[in-house]
Design a protein around this ligand. Structure first.
Ligand code: NAP
Ligand code: GDD
Length: 341
């Protein structure tokens, strides 16, 4: 019998790469989708025809219990979240509910459906759980590079909600013996990245300028530094974590850091353009509190899981610019369902 995986956040960037990877590994893949007429569901149906869908919402405990009961998964990947950091200041309570409390609801759905109590442990053959934790939890970093033991100092309501989900995942592992792990993933990008995140905003901006559809690109803090990798590599890491003999948390990143300015230089350069003629710095796009520097120490994942990134920063930027030039040249709309490469 094929192993079954249930993915929350199937309509997002990571959900798509993870579903592709698990289908390739022979899994029966189920995706949790919310809403009565979620426009992103048709995109999933187009790209991932073999994925089965089940309705549910991270805000609704009963729906998660029903989904786990229906799917009877071997593995659950909780990728669903409000994931755009600036939105977490505008809708802090909703972010806490979805990104933070949503983790509790998924863990409880697994616990209840598995009949686990404080007196009756999880035992063998249990459902394995993956939580999408984030390098945003490190926030104002205490050391560089950051590893699994680096203390957290989140700088946004999103980072605080992720830290709650992270500690709760550890707690369910320790309290109930559940196979529950957190991947502390650094920024990962692709041509499927949401248009609101800086890498995609830049690759789309470059494509518009290259094609004569725009004359400038407005950006916020150009000095922030991130460890940017390719999302497909990171989806593979999620799956590897759940195959380990013991449930443990892992940092996933490339170990290289670049500033937004360097990203911009590379992206405009990939299209043969001089960024200084087009980029406008806009104070309104700066954040109330910034994460200045993220850089992963992925040694544990490399030595214990054998995980390695396969796409360099330069290759990633070139891949995204090329994809967006082709998309816009073909009349595609990055906000439309059919535009997902
Ligand atoms: P994304 O593209 O923003 O996708 C977020 C997903 O969450 C969407 O499928 C969305 O579905 C779903 N969602 C939102 N609210 C929900 C709710 N109430 N109930 C159920 N699902 C809901 O994010 P991503 O980049 O793929 O990231 C995946 C996960 O990894 C997120 O938890 C993110 O915080 C975390 N993470 C990402 C990165 C990164 O660099 N990409 C790094 C570290 C951690 P709808 O279509 O219904 O809106
Ligand atoms: N989005 C955006 N738009 N960011 C900008 C802009 C802009 O116009 N100008 C500068 N930046 C800077 C931000 O201030 C931030 O320092 C950096 O670019 C990266 O911003 P995002 O791409 O929005 O990503 P993020 O680092 O805040 O969060 C992403 O990575 C986290 C992991 O570290 C998201 O995917 C989170 O969900 C994820 O947890």
């Amino acid at each position: 019998m094929a192993r079954r995986a249930l993915i929350t956040g199937i309509t997002g960037q990571d959900g798509s790469y993870l579903a592709e990877h698990l289908l390739h590994e022979g899994y029966e893949v189920w995706g949790l989708v919310r809403g009565q007429a979620n426009p992103r569901v048709s995109r999933v149906r187009q790209l991932l025809q073999d994925v089965k869908l089940v309705r549910g919402d991270l805000l609704d405990q009963g729906s998660l219990i029903s989904a786990v009961e229906k799917v009877r998964p071997d593995e659950v990947y909780n990728l669903g979240a409000i994931s755009f950091v600036p939105m977490s200041w505008e809708q802090a309570e909703l972010t806490a509910e979805v990104t933070g409390m949503g983790v509790l609801r998924v863990l409880e759905a697994i616990r209840v459906c598995s009949g686990i109590t404080a007196a009756r442990g999880a035992g063998s053959g249990q459902i394995r759980f993956y939580q999408a934790s984030s390098s945003e939890m490190f926030g104002q970093v205490r050391e560089t590079p950051q590893n699994e033991r680096t203390p957290f100092h989140p700088r946004s309501p999103y980072g605080v909600a992720k830290a709650y989900g992270h500690f709760l995942t550890q707690n369910y592992r320790e309290s109930y013996g559940m196979y529950a792990v957190s991947g502390i993933l650094f920024n990962h990008e692709s041509p499927r990245r949401g248009a609101e995140f800086v890498t995609r905003k830049v690759s789309l901006g470059v494509a518009r300028i290259k094609l004569g559809l725009a004359g400038e690109l407005r950006l916020g803090n150009m000095e922030a530094r991130r460890d940017w990798g390719f999302a497909g590599d990171y989806a593979r890491a999620m799956h590897m974590m759940l195959q380990a003999a013991e449930p443990e948390d892992y940092v996933i990143g490339t170990g290289r850091t670049h500033s937004v300015r360097e990203l911009v230089e590379a992206a405009f350069g990939a299209a043969g353009l001089d960024w200084e003629q087009y980029v406008v710095c806009d104070q309104a796009l700066h954040r109330p509190a910034e994460v200045d520097l993220l850089c992963a120490d992925p040694k544990k994942a490399r030595t214990q899981l054998g995980w390695e990134p396969t796409v360099s920063f330069e290759e990633l930027v070139a891949m995204m610019v090329e994809a967006d030039v082709a998309l816009l040249a073909g009349g595609g709309d990055p906000h439309q369902d059919s535009s997902w490469p």
